[in-house]
Design a protein around this ligand. Structure first.
Ligand SMILES: *Cc1c(COP(=O)(O)O)cnc(C)c1O
Length: 219
């Protein structure tokens, strides 16, 4: 199936309240263009250099999502144009986003990434630390940074019950935090392998790559 067929099929399977971020990392410009031509506008990348190159080469009305781990020293390259940073996992990174957003006279939307997987991973904040960062964001310590939701990646496992549990805990935390801060509207969870479960568990933003663009070759 073509990229546009895959995209249409997935779009149909999503409920209307769910935003689809098409994860185009490692894929060529032409692949993104194919999705763009049938009206898709939200694309996700996980490498800053690649994101910047694609931003330069493609139409200006694309909403670019930085979905992967972001190093502090690279924030400056994406600050002028990025639409949403999904994986904010430290106060240090938030501070740098504040600084660069201020310089660009922008407000940058972010999601705070939670460490929800039981498996070993170094990315994402444990719940207590996320609570502290969310409180600082709400207290307007970072006036050019707007937290609009939360993001999490479930364990890479076949165990559906485990995935359900990880997503459900994040959804519960999201609901608690949303009661404290009405800016929190996005819950970014679900990838090609687990997005149907993520939706069942209350996701309203899914990040889907290989199911749209085909499997990736890392060389
Ligand atoms: C690569 C990536 C995805 C998409 O993964 P697929 O399994 O190809 O859908 C989603 N989220 C993040 C953070 C990623 O790095």
């Amino acid at each position: 199936m073509s990229i546009s067929d895959n995209l249409k099929k997935i779009q149909k399977s999503l409920s209307t309240r769910v935003t689809l971020v098409a994860v185009s990392k490692t894929k060529p410009i032409e692949s993104i263009q194919e999705a763009y031509e049938i009206g898709h506008r939200d694309f996700g990348e996980n490498k800053v250099q690649e994101l910047c190159d694609k931003y330069e080469a493609l139409p200006q009305d694309i909403n670019w999502h930085l979905i992967g781990h972001l190093q502090t020293n690279k924030v400056k390259y994406i600050a002028p144009f990025v639409n949403l940073i999904h994986a904010v996992d430290s106060r240090k990174l938030t501070k740098e986003i504040q600084k660069r957003a201020g310089q660009c006279e922008r407000t940058i939307n972010i999601l705070v990434q939670l460490r929800i997987a039981k498996e070993e991973t170094k990315f994402g904040l444990p719940y207590p630390e996320a609570t502290d960062l969310l409180a600082a964001l709400k207290a307007d310590e970072f006036p050019n940074v707007r937290v609009v939701g939360l993001m999490g990646m479930a364990s890479n496992t076949e165990d559906q019950e485990q995935i359900r549990e990880e997503f459900t805990i994040l959804k519960t935390f999201f609901d608690e935090q949303k009661a404290l801060n009405s800016n929190l509207i996005q819950l970014s969870m679900g990838m090609s392998g687990d997005y149907p479960m993520a939706m069942v568990c209350g996701s309203n933003m899914v990040r889907i790559g290989s199911a749209i663009f085909g499997s990736r070759n890392y060389n």
